[in-house]
Design a binder for this molecule. Sequence first.
Ligand SMILES: Cc1cc2nc3c(=O)[nH]c(=O)nc-3n(C[C@H](O)[C@H](O)[C@H](O)COP(=O)(O)OP(=O)(O)OC[C@H]3O[C@@H](n4cnc5c(N)ncnc54)[C@H](O)[C@@H]3O)c2cc1C
Length: 394
Amino acid sequence: MPELTPEQRELQAWAREFAERYVAPRALEIDADPESPLRDELIREGAKAGILGSSLPELLGGTAKSLLDGIIVTEEIAAACSGCAVLFGATGLGILPILLSGNFEAVTRLVLPLTQSWDGDDPKLAALAATEPSAGSDFINGSPHAEIRTRVEEKDGGWLINGRKVFISNGSLASLVTVFATHDTKGDIRSSMSCLAVPADTPGFSVGQVFEKMGQRACPAAELLFDDVWVPGENLLGEPGQGWMLNRSVMSTTRAPVGAIALGIARAAYEKALEYAEARVQGGKPIVGHQAVQLMLADMAIRVEAARGLVFRAGESIAAGRPALKLSSMAKTFASDAAVANATDAIQVLGGYGYMREYGVEKLLRDAKLTQIYEGTNQINRFEIMEQVALERA
Ligand SMILES: Cc1cc2nc3c(=O)[nH]c(=O)nc-3n(C[C@H](O)[C@H](O)[C@H](O)COP(=O)(O)OP(=O)(O)OC[C@H]3O[C@@H](n4cnc5c(N)ncnc54)[C@H](O)[C@@H]3O)c2cc1C
């Protein structure tokens, strides 16, 4: 794991203080009622404090000096509530295709007003819309069988979009959505898709179902509908047909922060289990003194350290501009498996109390499960790791 600089340690302490003061006390209530006004309060506080912009450079209204800064902050917020970490993080994800496409006009016209709103009382959010009802993993791995139904065609000097996306994090809250659509529903998605920026107030854009989620409930996952949505030509991000490659670059960058979300859950599970084991007395001594409990706690501690090592190393590689898809996929996969394992063990250490909502440990398991699914399921991530290995050996 890279040694943190004094500034990064300060950043970590600042994010931990924010998480303990503003996120942790609200986590269970927002989990129970995701539409609670507490969620909007949290967004406002996070936007003003700089948490929302923690993965963006200062030039764009963020606070990050490098991607590693965003990862440090994300771990801290996720340790208090991983759904809240996604609530904050999904905006960076939504903006990323605009930044990576190098479309400076769109950055000035669409991104800057959004980040400038964070000082006010109505902070704007963004979302990234790739997944479709018939194309989840097929979209991510660019399968020749992918059934992309969201279409884009040139019209009146701009682009007309029709289709439907599902499971979009922050979809129902976003003012700006980056959406992937195909020029040819029968074409190879690796060369027939484009990515476009769509302000949510564009006629024809609407939010459909907001899904009832198992975990990470602070962040809504929504269906987005595009019905003759017209955007100007400048809203195309990159060249026509480059959408899939752009999404690939996005995932190279975002899998490490997703790993940081999982790392936060794994750490919270370990810390809660350790604290409980030191206090709970059975068999005449604190249960931390029983070897069976010690074995679980030791495994949990190992997973946290190993996950942090991978996540931070991946973050450092991305920040240094090195190719990082393999390392980021490893970080996301390992950390999410660690999160599920630690959350399961934490419930076991707490026994019956671990199963009760008020202890906040069963939430960790519900939250952790999602980290094995989004940003490419762990099966797809493992295939991609081996694809990169094969490329290295070719
Ligand atoms: C809460 C939530 C939030 C999300 N947020 C976003 C978002 O903000 N934006 C966005 O675009 N998407 C988002 N997603 C979508 C997410 O990325 C997809 O759910 C994920 O990629 C899996 O796709 P799928 O659900 O269609 O499952 P499928 O692709 O149908 O996969 C089902 C199962 O089959 C396996 N499988 C699929 N293909 C293969 C294969 N070729 N070989 C072996 N096994 C395979 C998978 O590993 C999985 O176990 C979100 C999803 C959830 C649940």
